[in-house]
Design a protein around this ligand. Sequence first.
Ligand SMILES: *[C@@H]1O[C@H](CO)[C@@H](O)[C@H](O)[C@H]1NC(C)=O
Ligand SMILES: *[C@@H]1O[C@H](CO)[C@@H](O)[C@H](O)[C@H]1NC(C)=O
Ligand SMILES: *[C@@H]1O[C@H](CO)[C@@H](O)[C@H](O)[C@H]1NC(C)=O
Ligand SMILES: *[C@@H]1O[C@H](CO)[C@@H](O)[C@H](O)[C@H]1NC(C)=O
Length: 289
Amino acid sequence: MNPANVRMCVVLGAIMLAIGLTNGDKIGSLLYRRCKHEQDCLFEGGICNYTISQCTCLKNYLPSSNLKSCVQKIESLEVACTDKNQCLTLLANTTCDNRKCVCVPGYYFADKACWKMAGYAEACTKNQECSHIEGSICTDNMICGCAADTVLNTNGTKCLTAAKMLQDECIESVQCTFEFSTCVDKKCQCKEDFHYEREMTRCFLNKAIGDKCANNYECYQIEDYKNDPPIKSMTCDSNDSNTCMCADNYVLSTEGKCVSENAGSSLSRTIMVSLSILVCATVLTYILS
Ligand SMILES: *[C@@H]1O[C@H](CO)[C@@H](O)[C@H](O)[C@H]1NC(C)=O
Ligand SMILES: *[C@@H]1O[C@H](CO)[C@@H](O)[C@H](O)[C@H]1NC(C)=O
Ligand SMILES: *[C@@H]1O[C@H](CO)[C@@H](O)[C@H](O)[C@H]1NC(C)=O
Ligand SMILES: *[C@@H]1O[C@H](CO)[C@@H](O)[C@H](O)[C@H]1NC(C)=O
């Protein structure tokens, strides 16, 4: 060999070595590196595939996530894992945490899969993305929301039945959906100083005689509501700058209550009748004795 050839040989050798090293480095791992013999693939689960002259994984093994070796396949998500690839081959969006296959953060397990968790009122594509909030669905607007006739509870964990009427059952006041209502003793009630008007299915502020009012429903005295249906002895008089007054056929009693006009006369009639009976009885007793 002449010196020129030697130099050429050294350069070529260096290039080939460099290529070899680069290849090895690119793989950075034992897996997929070139092999000629079984001994070239001496790592867990490794084998030399002579067809392609590369280290690969044995049957029942799969590449580890760092591609440094192979890990045994697991048959189910319940089996202990050491590498996330064991979980990922069984189910998308999983990882191995503390030797258990779990959904990746932000995902949760439902209907045998890991679903992206969409927050309440956030964009969704499937009901399962919302169902981590009990009773929540992916609505027509493609956002997570409570199903029809339910409302989100205060801590945002669950949809509760919406109550639309007085005395409907409740756990939280958000369920009492009619105006000025609240949950008291597990029943929807009007807030303090409000009363319920059945025909309007809502609560109105209590206004007394002489108070300014917005409508007839507001004018209220407790006595009227001892009847079922309640008497309407009061009215919001629009002729008198919207003030609560006694309604037609009702008069203001000395106690400041609206009472039936006839109530007084019927009372005197009763007294008259009683008196005449008493007089009659006395006379009869006198005659007969
Ligand atoms: C070797 O690799 C080829 C190509 O990827 C594949 O078809 C073949 O099944 C492998 N052989 C073994 C024994 O893994
Ligand atoms: C969850 O899995 C699906 C299906 O493999 C994939 O398209 C998606 O990118 C994954 N999301 C995350 C955050 O890994
Ligand atoms: C959230 O509120 C519900 C009642 O609607 C209750 O049962 C549950 O324990 C609460 N959860 C938290 C985390 O506070
Ligand atoms: C209001 O005034 C009109 C006409 O003056 C009368 O017909 C109506 O009965 C009055 N309404 C009340 C509630 O007093």
